[in-house]
Design a protein around this ligand. Structure first.
Ligand SMILES: [Cu+2]
Length: 290
C-alpha cells in the first residue's frame, strides 16, 4: 500500500515551495518571529535523534529475531545472564540520551524565553470566555513609554497612549504588530485558563487567572496570520479565534490612532467576576429551595 501512497503524497506535496518547506520543517508552520528558527531547529534535530535511536533499536530487535529464530534442530542459543558490562551499558545509554536531550531543551528554552528590559511595545492580552482583548499599553507609536499605570486614567482620544481592541465570539478581533520591533505579550485572564497561540510564532503560552505570564518576540515578516485559544475553555472555545496583522510601523501607528478615534482609550482587562453568567445563580437557588 505504501508503494502506492508515497508517490501520491509526494506528487501532491510538490505543488508549491511552501509545501516543500513544510516537509523539511516536519509539518511546523513557517515562522514569523525571531524565535521560530530555534524551535524549528530543535524540532528537526529531535526527530533526527529519535529516528537514529529508532533505527538502532529496530535493527537490534530484527537482528536478534532473525539470528536466533527457532530452527528445526530445536537447539536453544547460549543463555547469558548477569552480564555486568551489558547491564551497565543499557543503564547508562538511556541516561546519556536523556541528558543530551535535556541540554538542548534548556538551551532552546533560554533562547526562546529571553526577554529584554525595555521591549519596543507591550501588548496586554486578555483571554476571556470566549474571545480576546488586545491592550496596546502606553505605546511609543502614540507617544507613550510602555508604563502600565498611566492607562487607567486615560479618557481623551487626542492624548491617549493606551488603546484596546475587544473581540467577541461573533466578531474575531485582529491584533496589529509592527514588523522588526520587539513586543512583549502579557497574558491575563479574568475567568478560566486559556492558551495564547499564534502558530506562526511556533509558540504558545497559557493564560492563567490570577497570574501574569509573559513572553517576548520580534515579528520578522509582514502578513496576516491566524491565532487561536489552545486550551479547552468552555462551550465556545472553538470560537476563540483571532488574526494577527504584522505591518509596517506607519500602518501600526494608524491602527492605534483608529482605535483611539473609535473611543477605545485606556485599558480593558475584563471583570474579575466574568465567570458568573446570568441565570447560573438563579438555577442554583431554585435547586437549593426545592
Ligand atoms: Cu479559551
Amino acid at each position: 500500500m505504501w508503494a502506492l501512497v508515497a508517490p501520491a503524497v509526494l506528487a501532491l506535496s510538490a505543488c508549491s515551495d511552501e509545501a516543500q518547506g513544510e516537509w523539511s520543517r516536519i509539518a511546523m508552520p513557517e515562522g514569523a518571529s525571531d524565535r521560530s528558527e530555534h524551535i524549528i531547529d530543535f524540532w528537526q534535530w529531535t526527530w533526527l535523534a529519535a529516528i537514529l535511536v529508532g533505527i538502532l533499536t529496530w535493527g537490534l530487535i530484527l537482528y536478534a529475531a532473525f539470528k536466533f529464530r527457532r530452527r528445526s534442530d530445536d537447539e536453544v542459543p547460549v543463555q547469558t545472564r548477569y552480564n555486568l558490562p551489558m547491564e551497565i551499558l543499557y543503564t547508562i545509554a538511556p541516561v546519556i540520551v536523556v541528558l543530551v536531550f535535556f541540554k538542548f531543551v534548556i538551551d532552546t528554552q533560554n533562547e526562546v524565553d529571553a526577554a529584554s528590559d525595555q521591549p519596543d511595545h507591550v501588548v496586554k492580552v486578555v483571554g476571556q470566555q470566549w474571545s480576546w482583548t488586545f491592550n496596546y499599553v502606553d505605546d511609543p507609536a502614540l507617544g507613550g513609554s510602555s508604563e502600565q499605570d498611566v492607562c487607567e486614567d486615560q479618557t481623551d482620544a487626542e492624548s491617549a497612549t493606551c488603546v484596546y481592541n475587544v473581540g467577541t465570539p461573533a466578531e474575531v478581533p485582529t491584533m496589529y504588530l509592527p514588523v522588526d520591533e520587539t513586543v512583549r505579550f502579557e497574558l491575563v485572564s479574568p475567568d478560566v485558563v486559556h492558551s495564547f497561540w499564534v502558530p506562526a510564532f511556533n509558540y504558545k503560552l497559557d493564560v492563567i487567572p490570577g497570574r501574569e505570564n509573559a513572553f517576548e518576540i520580534t515579528p520578522t515578516r509582514e502578513g496576516t496570520f491566524v491565532g487561536r485559544c489552545a486550551e479547552l475553555c468552555g462551550t465556545y472555545h472553538s470560537r476563540m479565534l483571532f488574526n494577527v496583522e504584522i505591518v509596517s510601523a506607519e500602518e501600526y501607528e494608524q491602527h492605534l490612532r483608529d482605535l483611539a478615534d473609535a473611543g477605545n482609550v485606556g485599558i480593558a482587562l475584563g471583570g474579575s467576576e466574568a465567570i458568573t453568567q446570568d441565570g447560573l445563580d438563579a438555577e442554583e437557588e431554585t435547586e437549593a429551595g426545592e
